[in-house]
Design a protein around this ligand. Structure first.
Ligand code: SF4
Length: 471
């Protein structure tokens, strides 16, 4: 019986498996599951294997397999299943010598097992992305964010690049019992794992998660069974917000009643908060009913001392999910206008007049709904606070809702756009222009092109007015 030496990862397994397949070695002759690597592990077939490897290297032999197999095998290789390497080799061998279309036979026992493991690994990666909670530690004066998580499978390597993309601007480490991942602002590296009782990190980071969770908790849509299936109790020990669930469920009827009663309130905003603090505080805002069905409040982004602030109406479907303004199709139109006007988006502060997404369900789609005057009124303190902090030299209000919030009356964008208004207290200069969504909704291509050009012209005018504005 062959006991191949390989590191327990897909790339290493593939190298060895390729040699064995080239040699025609049957799955019955191999045991991939030895725990301890032995120098003599190829006793039965070492010579044949080495000869085969040399021959393969000389002829650069490639074993052709469907790309779907590589994808399947990669995910299965992360499964916590001792038989996974045998299973993958069996499928590879059968693909090569039995049936090149084996992957299409969904009733085949090997394929069923592999697909089930693949699905389970994918699910586990998703759970990691959803349930990892960082705590801030200060190590030698530097902020390090650390988290402990217990994945079901060996998913640290496929699961953690997501965090490098999402939290690339801070140092973090994620520990699991199997392995740990570390991001140093440049590179993702991996190290040994630790048990939960060895993991020590304390600060107020739990409170941030609790505040966030409380803000997204919707008393009108409690589905306890779904909450339990999505947030399996085995993850709860590392999730600070789970301590809130019972209280939130008990308070739900009262919160629902408050939601209805609070329809005409305006948000109360502490003027001493910084922009990042405002952003966190807005997550807990319940001043109008819109928070109840949105995923999160979407606050402004951009330099805190930007000379130009662009204000849209409200987040759309994609912005609601991404948590950032102008991230969807309207954002793409705005980007095109930035490019045409020669403007770097990163120099602009982008926000909306209303911070939560207002929508109505149509089939599977969440369709945008215009905010009411009461909702705009309720949300205006957040916008005013942003303007007070950023102090832009010019505001570009896109569309009727933003225009109303800034000039105090409903404007006719077609007539009033493209003119610099200097008579308002809210900012030294204001320009109205088309909202990108109005460009997407234009009645015909000619109208769409005209509005695109006018939006770019208005952005250009704003830039020119800022550069001539006394500093
Ligand atoms: S839309 Fe504005 S006022 Fe209404 S809940 Fe959201 S942040 Fe508060």
């Amino acid at each position: 019986m062959l006991q191949p030496q390989f590191e327990k990862n897909f790339d290493s397994w593939r190298l060895v498996a390729r040699d064995l397949i080239a040699n025609g070695t049957s799955p019955n002759q191999i045991n991939w599951n030895q725990d301890v690597l032995s120098l003599f592990s190829f006793e039965a077939g070492e010579n044949n294997l080495s000869a085969s490897r040399q021959k393969n290297q000389k002829s650069n032999l490639m074993i052709a397999v469907p790309p779907e197999f590589i994808e399947l095998a990669k995910l299965v290789s992360y499964a916590r299943d001792d038989d996974r390497w045998n299973l993958l080799y069996r499928i590879l061998f059968r693909l090569r010598f039995e049936n090149a279309n084996l992957l299409k036979i969904s009733v085949d026992a090997d394929i069923q097992k592999a697909e089930s493991l693949q699905k389970s690994v994918r699910h586990d990666i998703h759970k990691m992305h959803a349930f990892v909670r960082f705590k801030k530690n200060i190590v030698e004066g530097e902020d390090i964010y650390v988290a402990w998580h217990r994945p079901e499978h060996l998913t640290v390597r496929p699961g953690t690049p997501f965090f490098a993309r999402r939290f690339g601007d801070r140092r973090w480490s994620i520990f699991t019992p199997d392995e740990s991942a570390h991001w140093d602002l440049k590179e993702l590296t991996f190290g040994p794992g630790i048990q939960q009782n060895e993991f020590k990190a304390t600060d107020d980071w739990d409170e941030v998660w609790k505040t966030y969770y409380k803000s997204i908790f919707n008393p009108a849509r409690i589905k306890i069974k779904m909450m339990k299936s999505e947030m399996a109790p085995k993850y709860w020990s590392s999730m600070p917000e789970t301590s809130l669930i019972q209280d939130l469920i008990r308070e739900a009827p009262l919160r629902l009643q408050n939601m209805i009663e609070n329809q005409n309130r305006a948000a109360v905003v502490d003027p001493h908060l910084t922009l990042p603090e405002l952003k966190i505080a807005a997550q807990s805002c319940t001043a109008c009913p819109l928070y109840a069905q949105a995923t999160q409040s979407v606050f402004g982004v951009g330099p805190h001392d930007a000379e130009i602030m662009i204000i849209g109406e409200q987040p759309g479907d994609q912005e609601d999910l991404a948590g950032t303004p102008f991230a969807g199709p309207a954002g793409a139109v705005l980007d095109e206008a930035f490019a045409n006007a020669g403007i770097d988006r990163n120099r602009i502060y982008l926000t909306n007049a209303v911070k939560h997404f207002k929508w109505t369900q149509r089939g599977k789609l969440r369709m945008h709904q215009k905010p009411t005057g009461g909702e705009m009124h309720a949300c205006k303190p957040w916008l005013e606070a942003e303007i007070a902090k950023v102090k832009p030299k010019i505001i570009i209000a896109l569309g009727a809702t933003a225009g109303t919030a800034i000039i105090g009356k409903l404007p006719k964008i077609g007539d009033e756009r493209g003119k610099i208004i200097t008579s308002l207290k809210i900012a030294p200069q204001v320009i109205l222009s088309w909202h990108p969504a109005a460009i997407l909704r234009a009645s015909d291509e000619a109208e769409s092109q005209l509005r695109r050009k006018q939006l770019a012209d208005d952005l250009r005018l704003a830039i020119q007015s800022v550069s001539s504005f006394p500093v």
